[in-house]
Design a protein around this ligand. Sequence first.
Ligand SMILES: Nc1ncnc2c1ncn2[C@@H]1O[C@H](COP(=O)(O)OP(=O)(O)OP(=O)(O)O)[C@@H](O)[C@H]1O
Ligand SMILES: [Mg+2]
Length: 244
Amino acid sequence: MIKLSHVDKRYAEHHALVDVSVEFPEHQTTVILGPSGAGKSTLLRSLNLLERPQKGTMQLDDLTIDFSSDLTSKTILTARRKTAMVFQSWNLFPHLTVLQNITEGPRYVLKQPVDQANQRAHALLRQVDLDDTADRYPRQLSGGQQQRISICRALAMNPSYLLFDEPTSALDPELEAQVLRVLQRLAHEQHSMIVVTHNMEFARRVADRLIFVEDGRIEFNGSSDDFFNHPTERIKEFLAAMKF
Ligand SMILES: Nc1ncnc2c1ncn2[C@@H]1O[C@H](COP(=O)(O)OP(=O)(O)OP(=O)(O)O)[C@@H](O)[C@H]1O
Ligand SMILES: [Mg+2]
């Protein structure tokens, strides 16, 4: 379980998260929606400490983090191991093969024996139909393929939570669909996922929970059904603006 209580984050000029309290349940997919600049990435990145709020607490399974005090490197490592982030632009290591990209973390951070790490990587690659790319380098693959490999890399670390920040916004529609199908399968397998996306069809079809963020505040936190079928005036406006 991830639970944020009264989390507050300011950049120099901007109050990016305003007294945010929210829970992300396990084994469910939570989709975060909201206009550009709302604070979605800041919220997601705070969960694995890529951003550091100045106030509030985060409960991450059995780990409690108080943002108002200094964090030890042990706490940061533990939090990072519990969460794995997949970014907008699949940042695979260009000088490593696909297999090496996936096994790097398990081998050097989790200290898995090389055979075990390789076996798991191949199994993950088979699940996204990319086992034949194991020995290729990222530059030899499409964006959609690289993004699916980034997902394998995140899964290989066995995180409690998978975090996605607009994982398909840099992709063509066909490649986007391939990646979203992988996310949908992971959701069905009941991974614990938090996904920032602008894809409303994905939100509607896959989200168990929906969070709508605006001006650093959580303006809606509830079921997908309530969000889409009983929207508030502001959500109606947002949904209308997402259509062209
Ligand atoms: N490193 C930073 N320094 C200063 N301001 C920042 C920084 N990062 C984000 N901000 C500001 O904080 C606000 C929230 O940014 P954030 O990236 O979380 O928004 P977002 O909801 O993810 O937007 P988008 O949909 O465009 O990705 C924005 O006004 C942004 O300009
Ligand atoms: Mg963002």
